[in-house]
Design a protein around this ligand. Structure first.
Ligand code: SF4
Length: 218
């Protein structure tokens, strides 16, 4: 019974969000798979807006995987400093790029198994690249917004990203996986804030079991 209700809610949310955010898309700036992979690595613990301030100059300077692989750690650190955790991000970028050069002729692979073995690339990053740069729905991107909203909308009761992703993959039609995570991310940024969700103005309030309840920050 509960499962059936959850599925009904998921179906209704897909319809509702498609109308509310028809233009939803990845808000990181990129023009090819390598740029998106780099931007996604930089976006850990950082806003897309800040990443987008850094990447235009970075993408102009480093046009290939080899260019990142051969970059000096110090120089790269300086260039990405404002995104935070710059030492480990610079290390990840150089090692990830070296992996692309060594195993994939400098190209970004299109398979989950090949992406997640690259340094700094987890399932979330791989899903971002597959879903947005290649249009391949291999999984659902579960970031902090998707985690919080999936729980508030009672699409999952889990707190772990991998388990939330499995629940969403069961509930949402595969062709909508990339869209659905964009919708939750957009809604999380524009309406369903972590601390004080704007339930009064929420477009999916009628479908939300957490509407107007004291919602604990997820
Ligand atoms: S009703 Fe409130 S808690 Fe539910 S999705 Fe909308 S803003 Fe978030």
């Amino acid at each position: 019974m509960m499962r059936a209700r959850r599925q009904e809610r998921a179906d209704a949310l897909v319809k509702a969000f498609a109308k509310v955010y028809p233009e939803a898309h990845c808000e990181l700036g990129y023009s090819n798979p390598l740029e998106l992979l780099v931007a996604t690595i930089l976006s850990a613990q950082c806003t897309d807006k800040r990443v987008n301030m850094v990447t235009p100059a970075l993408f102009k300077k480093y046009r290939t995987a080899r260019a990142y692989a051969e970059a000096s750690q110090e120089e790269l650190e300086k260039e990405i400093q404002s995104t935070g955790f710059f030492r480990s991000k610079a290390k990840s970028l150089r090692a990830m790029a070296a992996g692309l050069v060594a195993k994939h002729g400098g190209k970004v692979p299109r398979r989950m198994e090949e992406l997640i073995v690259l340094r700094g690339v987890g399932r979330k990053t791989a899903n971002v690249v597959l879903g947005n740069a290649f249009g391949i729905n291999e999984g659902v991107v579960v970031d902090t917004h998707v985690m919080r909203l999936s729980r508030r909308l009672a699409l999952t009761s889990y707190a772990e990203p991998e388990k939330i992703e499995k629940d969403l993959m069961k509930l949402i039609p595969r062709e909508k996986w990339a869209d659905f995570s964009h919708w939750l991310i957009w809604h999380g940024r524009r309406r369903c804030y972590a601390r004080k969700p704007d339930c009064d103005a929420c477009e999916v309030q009628h479908l939300c079991p957490s509407a107007f309840k004291a919602v604990k920050p997820a």
